[in-house]
Design a protein around this ligand. Sequence first.
Ligand code: PMP
Length: 428
Amino acid sequence: AAHGTLLDRYSHALTGLFGPPQRALVSGSGVRVVDEDGREYVDLLAGIAVNSLGHAHPRLVAAVSEQAGRLMHVSNLFTSEPQVGLAEDLLRLSGAPAGSSVFFANSGSEANEAAFKLARRHGGEDPSGLRTRVIALEGAFHGRTMGALALTSKEAYRAPFEPLPGGVERIPGGDLDALQAALAPDAEGRTVAAVLLEPVQGEGGVHGWPAGYLAGVRAATREAGALMILDEVQSGIGRTGSWFAFQDPAVTGGDPVVPDAFTLAKGLGGGVPIGALVSVGSEVSALLRPGQHGTTFGGNPLAAAAARAVLATIEEEALLENVRRVGAALGDGLRAVDSVTEVRQYGLWLGVDLAADAVRPLPDAGPAPAVVRAALEGGWIVNATGPRTLRLAPPLILDEADARDFVAALPTILSAAGQPTENRGASL
Ligand code: PMP
């Protein structure tokens, strides 16, 4: 029989690449989860935008258990109603034109691997043979598999795994002149197959772009014959208050910016692993030919049924409106807290910058990691994307009462964050 707490057992059995887990969770309901000691937390992170409907949403539970009892199978040699229906749903909600198509994967990294292959195939169709370059942005996160890592910016993630797939260049985000320069042929005459970017950089601290930047990328890539591929893994499926961030006026600064392809994962399955690459239009859809890519599980009936339930629930419970309303209230509330210097808010997706002295005495790693730990002790799950930046990505069902309570709790959390752990109990 197993002995010890889950956290003890974890340390003896798991590779532990994220360091010790903060807590071992045993159950969840709505926006709340419970750990192995029976303590309850309000989950303002939802596994980083994964549990879009919250925990144990009855519709998701019913869809998964119904499908598990009906059919579980591979997704590559046979198809099923959930797989076809989900693809149709995604094409409808994204407004993709006829001829568009969906490839299903099992994670965000894997969806981006498919997008990378799409970029290579676009280059492969170019008669010059020189359309080999892929442009990504500084500050980008696209995943940890080798291809996705080649597109990811952080040197510390990349360095241990060189050589990574080649042909990727990085330019500063938000700078159309830098993009124009990169889109020109290089000294060897090589041109750009694709520009791949997040509509808002999530791991980068929930940083959006200046109004018009995405539209500028759209125009410039079209002009240069390069694909524009959006990574909507974190931003998609209602997170910003629109189905997809590229449709959201707060993200684009105006009209929707329709990319040539976009990737999804995280919130799509509501907690069940699934990813997708949507190819927009028949030309892009034709780039990946039969036999050129595949996966056993992508879009399998169980995961696809979960995702269909997520989409149907967002529609029927009018969750996009909830995201906009509660997100705005949460953002406004946080802006009024002392020690909060900036809040970047897109629906229920927030980057909250703290003053350098928000926690006293100042911990070595900066205020944000200490605030994350103090928040956890106070019953709130948030995370940090940098030394001074908190990130919130709660379930799309968060209500105003919980949002208000977090705003009210934050000053106490900030003052507790500077105290030694054993003294915190009293103030929290
Ligand atoms: N793209 C973006 C924008 C992400 O935020 C993430 C995950 N943080 C990924 C890709 C990778 O997704 P996964 O962890 O499911 O592979």
